[in-house]
Design a protein around this ligand. Structure first.
Ligand code: ADP
Length: 216
């Protein structure tokens, strides 16, 4: 299964991509995680994208597409994958269509108000990348990861200004992808304003319908 998770920042794509990836043994490919890792390791890519990310802007299409193209050429994605955070613009989607056939696009629907609340309470594990929320999904021990004991931190782009900017960028550049994939009959909507379990159940339903389609 080749899947795309589409949605505003804070819609829950990353959390759900991790859960679905584990359950279905599909590699999760998060361009945001790849860029953050590069920034942390101070690689050449990291130096290029650091400022862009801190401001909440998008990394240039060409750079992002090449990175994904390389990642999707590796053997572990042969059986499928989840793209989390890519594509984010129409040119990225068009480039992707040039080298991959996608089976489904899951569109995470949510109100902006909920998103701002979620992002401003988000905490991320510095070691393994696990995602928490101070109110909705607190770790068992304050500021420590349940999974690996790593330290939790606030992402540089989870400040109020960067959150506003990311939402504006989402509306202008990414939202048009909803119509793009709907026209191609690949899009399925889920309501992601409730719990992780609620989102997961909706996705599982879409995937089992897709499974029957693919077998037919
Ligand atoms: P969120 O969905 O919470 O905004 P991500 O982790 O997906 O966070 O992305 C963080 C940042 O990484 C984005 O704001 C952007 O700067 C960069 N980025 C991630 N994916 C892409 C992409 N497909 N195209 C361009 N920039 C990207």
């Amino acid at each position: 299964m080749r899947l795309i998770f589409l949605g505003a920042p804070g819609a829950g794509k990353g959390t759900l991509a991790t859960a679905i990836s584990k359950r279905h043994e599909l590699p999760q490919i998060s361009t945001g995680d790849i860029f953050r890792e590069a920034v942390k390791n101070e690689t050449e890519l990291g130096r290029k994208v650091r400022g862009i990310m801190e401001r909440g802007e998008l990394v240039p299409d060409q750079l992002t597409v090449e990175l994904v193209r390389e990642r999707l050429s590796r053997p572990d994605v042969r059986e499928g994958y989840i793209l989390d955070g890519f594509p984010r613009t129409i040119p990225q989607a068009e480039a992707l269509a040039g080298f991959q056939t996608i089976d489904r696009v899951i569109n995470f629907r949510i109100d902006e108000e909920v998103v701002v609340r979620r992002l401003s309470g988000r905490r991320v594990c510095r070691s393994c990348g696990a995602i928490y929320h101070v109110d909705n999904m607190p770790p068992k021990r304050e500021n420590l990861c349940d999974r690996c004991g790593g330290e939790l931190y606030i992402r540089d782009d989870d400040t109020i200004e960067a959150i506003r900017k990311r939402l504006e960028v989402y509306e202008r550049q990414t939202e048009p992808l909803i119509a793009y994939y709907r026209e191609r009959e690949l899009l399925r909507d889920i309501d992601s304003s409730r719990s992780v379990e609620h989102s997961q159940a909706q996705i599982e339903e879409i995937l089992s319908a897709l499974g029957s389609d693919l077998r037919a």
